[in-house]
Every structure is written in structure tokens, then in C-alpha cells.
Design a protein around this ligand. Structure first.
Ligand code: ATP
Ligand code: MG
Length: 585
């Protein structure tokens, strides 16, 4: 079967969509692969659907290869199981909740741990049934705060999610490793350059977890790497706390007037000029900045949290969000300050903070704020600071929180040298969930000794629709999409360029011959100028184009490689055979 461009439901666009920030979004829309319906909600057109199906096939192959079995759950789910695990509320505003006509609560599944756990509980009862891995490729719903970049972050998206069930920890470890191998194979077949990084487990709960990131400047995730091979999402980076310092020689804290020091630098300049340290100049890293946030808990309660960190660093909001999940992070606004007069905006000091303080705000500090460190910080009075305030002597925080920005060159947690930073798109996430869900939902089996034991689980996701965008992101250029062979909607696009009937006849014949051999052919048989056909072929991005045109009079056709731009001529009478060899290796 050949597909004719004259019949295909596609319109290429000359203009970028107004909201396109990244290449994949721009080209998938302009090439007529996807179409926006609402923010973060897209329709798949014929070409896009073909690519999506090819991604699904790769994922299916690799899941089947590790012995996982495919099932499919509904997207529309009852509230109760999610209530039992607390996720009905903990998932917060990201969960699409709805009611049926009788007033019953339902949700659109954001991920399906509960449902798989209950299904296995329903049917299995013995260690002999395990290990078991089930998966589905299914549409998920999340009311993302920032749907972005077309299908890269949608509110409706396709995910492969799988769940492993084992009777003991060693079994879980083996299931996890099998998934890790399958994910490596998937990433390789998608042709994505990727890293595997340590991750936090977010709303899932659980312990060991790693993410597969496609390396891309347009990605939303930042990850770090060390010379020694440590790799982590910045959300999961742990700062190495320095050793406590001896503070025997540090004098008592001293309040100092500091009007007109609106920035850390002006404050540092002032203390160096008027209250120099005896050993070295004060720096921004010697100032202790105390920042207050509002946390919105899943039950709607608002609490405040104060974070103390070296003044030369900012709080990284994504790290903070990961650390306080499922609570949401909101600013601590002027009304909040007005409601808590013990907090003096711009001059908040450790002495006014802490659960038992006047302000009553829990106070967590950066791991670098170890006992003996000596700070310039707020004094809880406007236009004054305090110097020589020593951690562990003059103030004791409620605990530690590791949410300061991670910077290029920071020492790596593995001690192997400086960290380097880059960005990536999260393509997959593998978790050792452990017994959290099985415990909550009562999934137990009899072990070999006839004793009831709680099953241990893993949960593993791949962004299937996101993969279409991630591949487009890594393989497009200023003229359009450039599909790798394994994902292209068609193996070849044949362009008949010329009014002469011999041209269209030959193109038709070539298309049929290739198609009969199993090549997927898109034939541009439209009555359009060669220029339009060339431009469209580049936008659509099939890996190979064959131009049947003027050269035919000399018995030649031209083959163009979309990725390299390379052009070669083939003898028309040998073209079919040579193209089959090229396209079906
Ligand atoms: P992110 O940090 O990007 O929001 P996540 O940690 O919420 O991802 P998981 O819950 O682990 O993601 O989901 C598994 C996979 O599903 C992710 O690795 C990603 O590839 C994909 N995915 C998650 N959210 C979306 C989305 N909104 N749109 C498209 N794909 C998504
Ligand atoms: Mg998410």
C-alpha cells in the first residue's frame, strides 16, 4: 500500500504556533503531526499517530522481552483506592477529580499503583505466583501547573507504566534491574542521548529511584555529573556537610547598624569596612539569608517554613518542591508578614525563628550551616544585622533542608571533584516502591513457609507521547523534522516533480515496487511546484527522499538523505532494487 500526499490528511504550516518555545513543538505542529485542543491537550493526526505507534512498539517489545505482560486499565477510576493510600488528597491540584450522576467521586488516573496492587490482590495469593510484572500503555491525566512545549508536558499524555510484584527484597532488586536494562534498550532504540540519574521519588513514595533523562538544553530537568560517575537530578543532590568548626575564639554576637544595605554585596562591603574579620574578609557565603515560604498542605492548611542558607545562594524552587511534596510551595507575601509581626522582612534572624520562637515558624537550614559556623545575619530589627552569630552556640535550627541551588563547580557528593550541570528531558523513571502500596491495600501472599507476607513492589514509567517530542527535539533542524529510521512515519518520501506523464508514471511504479517489498512509502503526487514539494519533504522529515524529475530523461533519479543532506544519483532502472537494499537493511 502506498500513501499519497494528495490524499493524506495533513497541512503543513508556514508559521510557527504562537506559543511554541521549543523545536519539537514548532515542527510537530507545523508538519501536521499534532494539533492543539486546549492547554496541554493535543490531537494526534495521521503522521503523528504513526510515530506514536512506533514508539509504543519499541516500548512493548522491550517490556515483553523482560517478561512483562500487557494489560489495560481504564483512565476513569473510583476514588476509594486512592483514598486508602491518601493520594486522593496528596496528589493535590494535579489530580483531575470528577463526579458521576449519582454524586460518586471519580478521578482520571495520573498513575495506577493502586489499581495494579488491587488487581494482583484480587487474583493472586501465593509466592508461587511471583515474581510478576504487569504493564500498560495508556492515557494519563494530570492537571499540570505548567503544561508546556506541546506534548512534552501535557495534561493528557500517553505513558507506559509497569509494576513489579515480588515476595522479597532480592526479588524487587532483580525486577528493578531488569527494568533498568529494558529502559536502556528503549532509549537506545529511540536514538536518544541519555543519562541515568539518581532521583527523588516525589508523590510516589518509596526509596531507590532513578530517572532516564534525554540530554537536551530545552529540558526542564537539571542534572549534575561528577568526574567519578555520580549523576543525579539536581532535585536529588545531597550537599556534603562540612565538619563542625571550633568556635572557641569567636567573640560574642554583636548587633550592628546596617541601613542602606539592600543587597548581600552591599552588606558584605559594609561589614568588611567597619567590622572586618581577623582572619579573612567576609564574603556572601558568610551571610545567612533566611527566607520564608508558605506551604499549602494537601488538606488545604497553610503553614510557614523558614529556610536559612548562605546568602550567596538562592533557594532552588524545584528542590524545595521535591523536598516538601506533597505540600505545594507558595510565596510568603506582605499579608503573611503583616499577620506575623515577629518576622521583620529583610532582617529575619535565626533568633526569631524556630517552632518555639515568637514567630512560631519552623526553621530548617542548609547542610553547610554546621555547628561552629559564624554568620552575618538578620537581627529581627529593621536596619540592623548581627555578626558573629555562631550556629550551635547562639542558635539551634529545627533541622536541615537541602534545597539551595546547586552550582557548576560545587564539590561532588562522591568526593571525585567538581560537579558539572546540564539539562535533560525526563523520559523514564524507575522506583523501588517497596511495601508502601501493598501495605496500604493489603496485598499479601503466603511465603514458602506458609506465612502471610506483604508483597514488595516496583513502579516504572516511560513517557510514550513525550518520547515523540523528545526525539523531535533532538533530531530536527531549521527546516523541519528529521526522523530516525525506526520512528519515521514512512521510510521514504517519493517526490514526483514535473508535469510530464513519464515522471508521474515512473514515480508511481517505483512507489508500488518499494511498497510491494515492504517499504513504507509516502508519494508526493500533488499538483504542486517542485519548490513546495521539497520544502514539505523537509518539514515532514522522512529519512530518505527520492526525487523523480528532470533527471529521468537521462535515466536518473536523485536520493536525498534528510539527516546529512547528502544527494546521490541512481540509475532509474536500478533505483527500486538499490532503495530496497538501503531502506530494508
Ligand atoms: P515530571 O518530573 O516531568 O513531571 P514525573 O516525575 O511526574 O515527571 P512520573 O510520574 O515518574 O513522572 O511519570 C513517568 C513518566 O511519564 C515520566 O518519566 C515522563 O516521561 C512521563 N510524564 C510525566 N508527566 C508527563 C506529562 N505531563 N506529559 C508527558 N509525559 C509525562
Ligand atoms: Mg510530574
Amino acid at each position: 500500500m502506498i500513501t499519497r500526499l494528495s490524499q493524506l490528511f495533513v497541512r503543513t504550516l508556514r508559521e510557527d504556533p504562537a506559543d511554541a518555545e521549543v523545536a519539537s513543538h514548532r515542527w510537530l505542529v507545523r508538519a501536521g503531526y499534532i494539533r492543539r485542543v486546549a492547554p496541554g491537550i493535543y490531537s494526534w493526526l495521521p503522521l503523528g499517530l504513526k510515530v506514536l505507534a512506533k514508539v509504543e512498539r519499541i516500548v512493548r517489545d522491550e517490556m515483553d522481552a523482560i517478561g512483562a505482560q500487557e494489560v489495560r486499565f481504564p483512565a476513569l477510576l473510583p476514588r476509594e483506592p486512592y483514598e486508602t493510600t491518601n493520594r486522593w488528597s496528596e496528589y493535590g491540584p494535579n489530580l483531575f477529580r470528577l463526579k458521576d450522576r449519582k454524586g460518586g467521586d471519580y478521578l482520571l488516573g495520573p498513575t495506577h499503583e493502586e489499581m495494579f496492587t488491587l488487581l494482583v490482590k484480587d487474583l493472586y495469593s501465593s509466592y508461587k505466583d511471583l515474581p510478576l510484572t504487569l504493564y500498560q500503555i495508556q492515557t494519563k491525566y494530570r492537571d499540570e501547573a505548567r503544561p508546556r512545549a506541546g506534548i512534552l508536558r501535557g495534561r493528557e499524555f500517553v505513558m507506559k507504566d509497569s509494576y513489579s510484584f515480588d515476595v522479597d527484597d532480592a526479588g524487587l532488586e532483580a525486577s528493578y534491574q531488569r527494568h533498568r536494562e529494558a529502559y536502556i534498550a528503549i532509549m537506545n532504540r529511540l536514538g536518544l542521548e541519555f543519562v541515568i540519574v539518581q532521583a527523588t521519588s516525589g508523590a510516589m513514595g518509596g526509596s531507590a529511584s532513578e530517572e532516564f533523562l534525554a540530554i537536551a538544553d530545552s529540558g526542564e530537568d537539571t542534572f549534575v555529573r561528577s568526574p567519578g560517575g555520580y549523576a543525579a537530578n539536581v532535585e536529588a543532590v545531597t550537599v556534603v556537610a562540612p565538619e563542625p568548626l571550633d568556635y572557641a575564639d569567636v567573640g560574642a554576637p554583636q548587633r550592628i547598624p546596617t541601613p542602606d544595605t539592600p543587597t548581600i554585596q552591599t552588606l558584605v562591603d559594609r561589614v568588611n569596612a567597619e567590622y572586618p574579620r581577623e582572619d579573612r574578609p567576609w564574603t556572601g557565603a558568610d551571610t545567612l539569608k533566611n527566607v520564608v515560604f508558605t506551604l499549602l498542605q494537601p488538606d488545604g492548611k497553610r503553614t510557614a517554613l523558614a529556610i536559612g542558607l548562605p546568602g550567596d545562594r538562592e533557594v532552588d524552587l524545584k528542590r524545595l518542591e521535591a523536598a516538601v511534596a506533597p505540600a505545594e510551595v507558595l510565596p510568603f507575601g506582605d499579608e503573611d508578614f503583616a499577620a506575623n509581626p515577629a518576622l521583620k522582612k529583610g532582617y529575619i534572624g535565626p533568633e526569631s525563628l524556630g517552632e518555639n520562637s515568637a514567630a512560631g515558624v519552623p526553621y530548617l537550614v542548609d547542610p553547610r550551616v554546621v555547628t561552629g559556623t559564624r554568620w552575618v545575619t538578620g537581627s529581627n530589627a529593621y536596619d540592623t544585622h548581627v555578626i558573629d552569630l555562631v550556629a550551635g552556640r547562639d542558635f539551634t535550627p529545627d533541622g536541615v533542608i537541602d534545597v539551595a541551588e546547586v552550582r557548576e563547580g560545587d564539590p561532588a557528593p562522591d568526593g571525585s571533584g567538581p560537579l558539572s550541570l546540564a539539562r535533560g528531558i525526563e523520559m523514564g523513571h524507575i522506583f523501588q516502591l517497596g511495601r508502601k502500596y501493598a501495605e496500604a491495600l493489603g496485598l499479601k501472599v503466603l511465603n514458602e513457609q506458609g506465612k502471610l507476607v506483604t508483597v514488595t513492589m516496583g513502579s516504572y514509567g516511560v513517557g510514550v507521547s513525550r518520547a515523540v517530542a523528545a526525539v523531535a527535539e533532538s533530531s530536527s533542524d531549521e527546516r523541519g523534522l528529521v526522523w530516525p529510521r525506526e520512528l519515521a512515519p514512512f521510510d521514504v518520501q517519493i517526490l514526483a516533480t514535473g508535469k510530464d506523464a513519464t515522471v508521474s508514471d515512473f514515480a508511481e511504479k517505483l512507489a508500488l515496487e518499494l511498497s510491494a517489498a515492504g517499504v513504507e512509502v509516502l508519494l508526493d503526487d500533488r499538483k504542486a511546484s517542485p519548490g513546495v514539494k521539497f520544502t514539505d519533504a523537509e518539514i515532514l522529515g522522512m529519512p530518505t527522499a527520492v526525487v523523480v524529475g528532470r533527471g529521468l530523461a537521462d535515466g536518473l533519479v536523485e536520493v536525498r538523505d534528510r539527516a546529512t543532506g547528502e544527494r546521490t544519483e541512481l540509475r532509474a532502472d536500478e533505483a527500486a532494487e538499490q532503495l530496497i537494499a538501503l531502506l530494508l537493511p
